[in-house]
Design a binder for this molecule. Structure first.
Ligand code: FES
Length: 377
């Protein structure tokens, strides 16, 4: 290889940038290597080993997410050795805790039998709440393995449901550490970490307190990072399945940052919100308001008709009446006291377009520059 920054992956000679890992080079070139613990932008931990690849001349398989690309490397991402290792890893993960998706009990059967078994079990009760939206389940399907090869190890920790937003189901946790990295490296909240040692290992908040009593600010970054059903939004759990919803991209209006959201819409109702991955300015991250503060959208308490206050009480009015009243009073005040006797407050929570209209209305129609915004409006 004349160019020193080149390696070969699955027979393709590829360039790499100094510092890039094998996984990054592969992904940049549309070569699929499965991952579970890898979280883009965070320090690679090499915890799950699902991303192992074979490097010619290396003594063992290496974790592609944590191994830097090197000059002259020859890499195989789906060799028999790699596939065998991945199957074993997935089997071990599935047998640890409660992964009761339909892939259990399907080892060693041909593809048709595997599919028939899955179909038969898909309707069983108490399936995992993220059935159909789980990276571990995806891998179990891809490599056609279950957790029945090993004796299961039930988790000793009960489910935590004592906060309004997130259900923590330790029986489904695979200890990949993505939630810990999301909390500590992406949001820098430092609210959770690995606790205990050996088989009792658990993701804990300080002093192993419930999230409600910890430093957690409920940004939900951990939920979005969780590849399995260990962290699930409380409102959504068992309420919707991923294929029932349509995703609608929009901009959060809670503040002026302009975070990009994915609204998950079922039957015309917003049933969940996630951050839009890969899109500036938030790249998938959200705050507690953006992620969980959407129930007002369909609240029955929302005002749908204008109200006019008379004798200290509000009464419903038509839009025509309300607009006429506002226009009449503004004209009156302007005629009597001049345009600078009027001021307009807009809000940081409305859209750019709405603020633009308010600005035009204030300056061009009311003829005053008295316009400002109030973050609490
Ligand atoms: Fe590389 Fe988990 S994704 S070790």
């Amino acid at each position: 290889m004349a160019d020193e920054n080149r390696l070969v992956i699955n027979g393709n000679e590829l360039r790499f940038e100094p510092g890039e890992t094998i996984l990054e080079v592969a992904r940049r070139n549309d070569i699929d290597i499965p991952t579970l613990c890898y979280l883009k932008g965070a320090t690679p931990t090499g915890a799950c080993r699902v991303c192992v690849v074979e490097v010619e001349g290396a003594r063992t398989l290496v974790a592609s997410c944590a191994t830097p690309a090197a000059k002259g490397m020859v890499v195989h991402t789906e060799s028999p050795k790699v596939v065998e290792a991945r199957k074993m890893i997935i089997q071990l993960l599935l047998s640890s805790g409660n992964h009761n998706c339909a892939v259990r009990g399907s080892d060693g059967v041909d593809w048709t039998a595997f599919q028939l078994k899955v179909q038969a079990e898909d309707s069983s009760e108490e399936l995992c709440p993220v059935w159909g939206d789980c990276r571990l389940q995806d891998l179990a399907y891809r490599y056609q393995v279950s957790g029945d090869a090993f004796e299961g190890t039930p988790t000793p920790y009960p489910m935590e449901t004592v906060n309004p937003f997130i259900v923590r189901d330790f029986s489904r946790c695979i200890l990949c550490g993505r939630c810990v990295q999301a909390c500590n490296e992406v949001q820098v909240n430092n609210a959770i970490n690995f606790g205990y040692r050996g088989s009792p290992t658990k993701i804990v908040a300080a002093e192993d307190k419930p999230l409600r009593d910890s430093d957690c600010v409920f940004c939900g970054e951990c939920v979005q990072a969780c590849p399995v059903g260990a962290l699930v939004e409380k409102n959504v759990r068992y309420q919707v399945r991923p294929w029932e919803t349509e995703k609608v991209r929009t901009t959060c209006t809670y503040c002026g940052v302009g975070c990009q959201l994915e609204l998950h819409v079922k039957d015309g109702k917003v049933v969940n919100v996630t951050g839009a991955e890969g899109a500036p300015p938030n790249y998938g991250s959200l705050c507690v308001k953006g992620r969980f503060g959407y129930d007002f959208i369909h609240s029955e308490e929302r005002l749908t008709k204008p109200l006019i206050k008379e004798d200290g009480r509000f009464r419903e009015a038509t839009w025509e009446e309300a607009l006429d009243r506002v226009a009449g009073r503004l004209s009156e005040i302007k005629d009597q006291s001049g345009p600078d006797s009027i001021g307009v407050f807009t809000s940081a929570r409305i859209t750019n377009e709405e603020n633009y209209i308010a600005n035009k209305f204030t300056r061009a129609v009311l003829k005053t520059n008295n316009i400002d915004h109030c973050a609490r409006l």
